[in-house]
Write a protein that binds this ligand. Structure first.
Ligand code: ZN
Length: 375
């Protein structure tokens, strides 16, 4: 998920990383503070002072977000959940959890720990600001304190919106989960509420756009779109986690798939295999060796007249890491390979030999059964 991340340091056993996007955000924050916010509120200072204030403000924001994520992580650990690390990315921070919380109580306290930390930070900076006001601290220090108090309050408000993947979305789910004792139902309902929120946010964006507020409108649409995507994804993610767990491809594969010899024509392939078995992909075998895969998608690209003289071997895709997996691959990985490649069937290879085939259809049927019996 976070491919371009840079690990910064380790604290309490958690490694803290930044996503590459954060470097851009950092520049943007410094620039906005130095060029817009601080000059607006404190007009009498020098250019250099504004830049230094901007840098201090950005570092303060950075530390605040880390404290927010640490609060989540420490509570998660208290409830026995493993945290892989903390990554700061474009929309703030993320504590990468392994697995899902085991009870509504665990999820509730884990989710609310972050906003509570941000609220306390906002109050702390606010108190310092008041003290500074009385003791007449220098203007740049006051500006930074005021900004940090405000931005932490903004973090609380943004994170309390009851829409996945914010903390508010998790709090909402934990409460629903607690009410009915059914995590599937709770997640489904919380996802729906999130999607409604996301659409409302995008709608506000469009209204703003129509009203001529271009930047503001785009910003709302972007946030709405982000929530919309994430809300759908987190529901699917939960289903996968719960249903497949650590199961591997070996558990689901068909060890005796229908194979096609490479020398038959496309016409024979369509008549005898595609129309007979209704599969979209077949392993192509020469003797006992698998040499590639043939898909209906590939056949579609060839004009009908040529089906009589073209052979399967001429059209197949050679066997490659894109269309095959090892039997010990976790199902979740196989699924993501399917979604990246668009293939609904993958070859299962062990030491270069085909030992079976795994299909999206079988995995989805398992998922449907599991939900029917356990939801
Ligand atoms: Zn949070």
């Amino acid at each position: 998920m976070f491919r371009h991340k840079i690990t910064l340091f380790k604290l309490f056993g958690f490694s803290v990383s930044i996503d590459a996007s954060w470097v851009i955000i950092l520049f943007l924050v410094v620039w906005l503070l130095a060029k817009e916010l601080f000059p607006n509120y404190f007009p009498e200072l020098t250019n250099l002072t504004y830049w230094l204030m901007g840098l201090a403000g950005a570092i303060g924001l950075f530390v605040s977000i880390i404290i927010h994520e640490f609060s989540h992580s420490l509570v998660a650990r208290k409830y026995g959940l493993e945290i892989r690390g903390i990554t700061l990315f474009i929309f703030g921070g993320v504590a990468e959890m392994k697995g899902e919380p085991s009870s509504p109580k665990a999820e509730f306290f884990m989710a609310i720990a972050g906003p509570i930390a941000s609220l306390l930070l906002s109050i702390l900076f606010g108190i310092l600001y008041q003290i500074g006001d009385i003791l007449e601290w220098p203007v740049p220090a006051m500006g930074i304190l005021g900004y940090l108090s405000g931005i932490n309050m903004l973090l609380v408000l943004f994170n309390m919106v009851p829409a996945f993947p914010t903390d508010g979305g998790r709090i909402l789910r934990s409460v629903l989960w607690w009410i009915k004792g059914d995590i599937y139902w709770a997640t489904r309902l919380a996802s729906r509420i999130s999607l409604m929120f996301a659409m409302a946010i995008m709608f506000i964006g469009f209204i703003n756009l129509l009203g001529g507020n271009f930047i503001g409108g785009l910003w709302w649409i972007l946030i709405g779109y982000f929530i919309f995507n994430a809300a759908g994804a987190s529901y699917q993610h939960l289903l996968m986690e719960r249903s497949f767990g650590e199961k591997t491809v070996r558990y689901f594969m068909n060890p005796n798939p229908v194979t096609v010899p490479s020398y038959i024509t496309l016409q024979e392939f369509v008549d005898k295999y595609v129309y007979h078995y209704h599969y979209k992909m077949f392993p192509v075998v020469d003797g006992s060796r698998v040499v590639g895969v043939i898909t209906t998608q590939a056949v579609k690209t060839v004009p009908h007249e040529e089906w009589h003289h073209l052979q399967v071997g001429g059209l197949m895709q050679p066997q490659s890491p894109d269309n095959s997996v090892a039997p010990d691959t976790p199902v979740k990985e196989a699924l993501s390979k399917m979604s990246i490649s668009g293939l609904s069937r993958l070859l299962v290879l062990e030491h270069g030999k085909m030992v079976g085939i795994v299909t999206l259809k079988d995995l989805l049927e398992f998922l449907a059964l599991k939900m029917e019996l356990e939801a």
